[in-house]
Write a protein that binds this ligand. Structure first.
Ligand code: RUQ
Ligand code: CUA
Length: 635
């Protein structure tokens, strides 16, 4: 193995020299016409990949087309989006659970047999320990699960298993479990880490609590699922195995080794089924001091960040970020050591494997290795934060670096096309750079984030394109566009919303005490009803159904002098609450441009002084409903 290291080092030096040669630094000036052609998608034509970039502390997901790098849309997830009424209408407001931000790090596409299946996209909200599921049929957030009990921040999350049996979360911070008052100084005794397995319903993607495992109070960092031979395992990195609780930047870098935890999630689920868990905060929790065979620790040098399983599932790659190489572990060796009971003690009941027993190779990639992705030709690509480079290396003897490319600047994650699957396509990798510095027009002290598209198809990596993103993608995933078949309208026959109506005759305003329900229709270019009479102090619930079944015809509903606005898409029914605070006239209008007469699409709320009689049921005049019925017929 030493020989490989020497050989690889020679490779790195040779490449380093090559990049000093004149002509090889041309990429700094930007790619030329040939590269431009490779990203050019003719007007009217579509990209071949969808890329989903996490929005970081913006709390959302950005959707880009690749290879054009065009921003197509932003999916609101953990943060309200007033333009469409996300977090404003009653349903999404409940889903947001009172939070108005999230820190979304790692998108995880659902998988079948270890390949992206295009059904759902999961993403974590790190600080509030939540996971969202976006349905890729309509690109809408449909569930937010959490805050997950006992868990202080979900960073190693969600990283789905090969058949999306589970998505995982592990606590970035440790805390007492259950959380209670203790002295921070009692950290090592009282604090614990948590690994949480969240079950995913195979039919509709609904997440529910599976189990939790008590872990030593380290800072659990990132994860990846085993696949192929390692299917059934989930791997987690950690730092701060020193168990420091202050000045972590110093204290968490003392030990030579931190760990990758290997969790046998099938064994954990079985132990829960056999009643070996204790309920803590309503969750079945397994304690490795009592329940054996569910988790193991593999030593990794120097505060690792990323952990990535290669497409064949044979190797687990972890990068000590203060180290200059990637440690590659063999799943077969790990299994043999576990089966042979070869342990080097334990940490709080979790057996520690011996580094030499599990290590397959170390690959000297360069400084600050963070994350690794893969192609279809047996190569791996590791991002180097400190060197601002990507290193390409061969998975397998002689474990050598074969190419490097500069990125601008300070790369965190990188994402390869279908890069987390059993069948990466090997076409592109996107560098997700932490700093953009001088790459774009100056917009003041907050610079955009920098992403860069790199072509993997040639013998050498080639930088094709720079594109700025808004705050702040950490990780991303890229899926073949042909795998997604999003709908363009919601079929009215599938609309079972309680507030939905289907004909103009059903439009009405009903009053029960102080609550007023408006059952209405939005159809080009009219609100039915467009005059709403209520009393001062009423709680008004507007249920608007967009009866249209035409592509791209959404209507808006915005109320003056309020935070109430939402969008209602074709075939959809949405409900929004508005308080009639004081007597007077309040106009409302369609806020989403829908037709030539969009500007005419408006109405009035007439609020009478408290106590003035208002009819219990109001219906639009018959000639109005006839007008709308005629409109619908011409639909
Ligand atoms: S993390 S680079 Cu969640 Cu790697 Cu940010
Ligand atoms: Cu409806 Cu604009």
């Amino acid at each position: 193995m030493k020989r490989w290291i020497v050989l690889s080092l020679a490779g790195v030096v040779a490449l380093g020299l090559a990049s000093q040669l004149p002509g090889c630094t041309a990429s700094r000036g930007g790619p030329g016409a040939a590269a431009a052609q490779k990203v050019y998608v003719k007007p009217g034509e579509h990209d071949t990949y969808y890329a989903f970039l996490s929005g970081g502390h913006h709390g959302n997901v950005y959707v880009y087309g690749m290879p054009s790098c065009r921003h197509i849309t932003t999916i609101p997830v953990f943060t309200p989006e007033p333009a469409v009424g996300y977090g404003v209408d009653e349903e999404s407001k409940v889903m947001l659970g009172g939070f108005s931000w999230g820190d979304a790090h790692h998108p995880g596409l659902s998988e079948t047999d270890g390949d992206y299946d295009g059904r759902w996209l999961f993403i974590n909200d790190m600080p509030n320990a939540r996971i969202a599921r976006i349905d890729l049929k309509d690109f809408k957030t449909r569930q937010i699960f959490g805050p997950i009990p006992n868990l202080s921040a979900a960073h190693a999350c969600p990283f789905p298993t090969p058949n999306t049996e589970y998505v995982f979360a592990a606590s970035r911070f440790s805390a007492p479990v259950p959380n209670r008052y203790v002295k921070v100084e009692d950290y090592a005794k009282e604090f614990r880490g948590i690994v949480a397995g969240i079950r995913v319903d195979p039919k509709d993607g609904t997440m529910s609590m599976g189990f939790e495992i008590l872990m030593p109070p380290f800072n659990w960092d990132l994860a990846d699922a085993g696949k192929g031979p390692s299917h059934g395992w989930e791997f987690f990195t950690c730092y701060n195995s020193e168990m420091g609780f202050d000045s972590l930047e110093v204290k968490a870098s003392q030990a030579e080794m931190d760990f990758v935890a290997a969790v046998d999630w099938r064994a954990a689920q079985k132990a829960v089924d056999e009643g070996k868990a204790t309920m803590i905060s309503g969750v079945p929790v397994l304690d490795p001091q009592q329940v054996k065979g569910i988790a193991y620790l593999i030593p990794v040098p120097k505060s690792p960040h990323g952990v990535d399983v290669n497409p064949s599932g044979e190797y687990i790659c972890a990068s000590g970020k203060l180290q200059a190489d990637v440690s590659v572990y063999s799943y077969a060796k790990m299994k043999a050591a576990i089966d042979g009971g070869k342990f080097d003690g334990d940490r709080m009941g979790v057996p520690v494997l011996k580094y030499e027993d599990v290590l397959e190779a170390t690959v000297p990639v360069g400084l600050g290795p963070l994350h690794t992705q893969f192609d279809d030709k047996g190569n791996a690509y590791t991002s180097l934060f400190l060197d601002s480079q990507i290193a390409k290396w061969k998975v397998g003897p002689p474990w050598q670096v074969v190419d490097k490319i500069d990125v601008y600047y300070s790369i965190g994650h990188l994402m390869a096309s279908e890069g987390d699957t059993r069948h990466p396509t090997g076409e592109y990798v996107v560098a997700l750079d932490k700093l953009s510095k001088d790459r774009y027009l100056n917009v003041g002290p907050t610079h955009p984030e920098a992403a860069q598209l790199i072509d993997l198809r040639g013998p050498k990596m080639e930088l094709l394109y720079d594109f700025p993103t808004y705050l702040e993608p950490h990780y991303a995933q890229m899926i073949k566009a042909e795998k997604l078949k999003p709908i363009t309208v919601y079929p009215m026959v599938e609309n079972h919303k309680p507030g939905a109506i289907r004909t103009a005759e059903e439009a009405r305003i009903e009053r029960k005490g102080n609550r007023v329900d408006v059952y209405g229709l939005v159809v080009r270019t009219h609100f039915t009803p467009d005059i709403v009479r209520v009393n001062e102090g009423d709680d008004v619930y507007f249920h608007w159904t967009n009866l249209e079944q035409d592509d791209d015809i959404a209507h808006g509903f915005g109320i003056l002098w309020s935070s109430c606005n939402m969008q209602v898409e074709p075939g959809e029914t949405k409900t929004m609450r508005w308080k009639a605070a004081r007597p007077g006239i309040t106009p409302f209008y369609c806020s989403n441009f829908c037709s030539a007469l969009h500007q005419e699409m408006q109405g009035y709320i007439e609020v009478s002084p408290r106590g003035m009689p208002v009819a219990a049921v109001q219906r639009p005049a018959p000639e109005k409903t006839a007008e709308v019925a005629a409109l619908l017929k011409t639909e």
